[in-house]
Design a protein around this ligand. Structure first.
Ligand SMILES: C[S@@+](CC[C@H](N)C(=O)[O-])C[C@H]1O[C@@H](n2cnc3c(N)ncnc32)[C@H](O)[C@@H]1O
Length: 237
């Protein structure tokens, strides 16, 4: 069994049933959730870096939020809204299913939920002086939105903190990752998430995906300042 499911049996049960009742009373089939490998990596990153605070963009059915919130419970930490999740469409599109999943699993007290666009919530968090040790970017997949998420997340990450992007091979997301690699060496180094997967990165499928730049999840560790000088050189990407 995946370690993440042992750590969060409520998520295992949710995946087993495959559906959840929303606030309106209608039953929704679980979809759009992060892959089990992504969730395993998030779980293992939490074990490794023992974050004080975590942030995610994109709550949906609450899969990744449950994993990140459960990581505090597993460490015996009392709930105090350590995990912030941003999603403007939780009620209108997702019928509050993510919030219900967190509530039913007893993890809701770990959650600070912000029902607004990430482009609004992230600068608000900066203004509040918030910082995070682990950020999972899994909201809008439009280039401009992911780029804005990166801009603000870089300023919200602690030194040594990790930012992870879902759907790395999506052309919009991939373009942002190319920007990081070509222009952000001052701030970021790549993190090899292969060993943190359930297959330890050894499966043929993953090795192929990696060789062809088609992996699902890409992560970077913050190793430098949040911004470069205004007249820094620009490298095309
Ligand atoms: C792929 S789903 C997230 C899945 C979730 N992380 C999980 O593992 O279960 C993407 C989510 O991003 C949200 N979203 C879309 N645009 C957004 C934006 N501009 N700011 C914040 N969230 C956004 C959507 O409502 C949706 O819930």
């Amino acid at each position: 069994m995946h370690q993440v499911l042992q750590s969060c049996p409520e998520l295992a049960a949710l995946l087993e049933v495959g559906e959840i009742k929303g606030k309106s009373g209608s039953i929704r089939k679980i979809s759009s959730m992060s892959t089990i490998n992504n969730l395993e990596v998030l779980h293992n990153l939490c074990t490794q870096i023992r974050p004080k605070r975590t942030l995610e963009i994109g709550l949906a059915f609450g899969g990744s939020a449950m994993v990140l919130a459960a990581s505090y419970r597993r460490r015996g930490i009392e709930p105090a809204t350590q995990h912030t999740a941003i999603d403007p469409f939780q009620t209108s599109v997702w019928d509050d299913t993510g919030l219900i999943a967190l509530q039913e699993s007893g993890l809701r007290p770990y959650l600070d939920f912000r029902p607004v666009l990430s482009s609004v919530a992230l600068p608000q968090l900066i203004a509040e002086g918030a910082t995070f040790d682990l950020i999972y970017v899994d909201g809008s997949h439009l280039f401009e939105d992911v780029f804005v998420d990166l801009y603000f997340c870089t300023r919200l990450l602690t030194d040594g903190g990790i930012v992870a992007f879902d759907d790395s091979s999506d052309p919009h997301v991939n373009k942002v990752l190319r920007f990081i690699r070509s222009n952000c060496a001052f701030a970021y180094e790549a993190v090899d998430v292969g060993p943190l997967r359930a297959d330890k990165g050894a499966s043929l499928r993953y090795r192929f995906a990696r060789a062809f730049g088609r992996v699902q999840l890409t992560a970077f560790r913050k190793i430098g300042p949040s911004a470069r000088t205004w007249n820094s050189a620009f490298r095309n990407f």
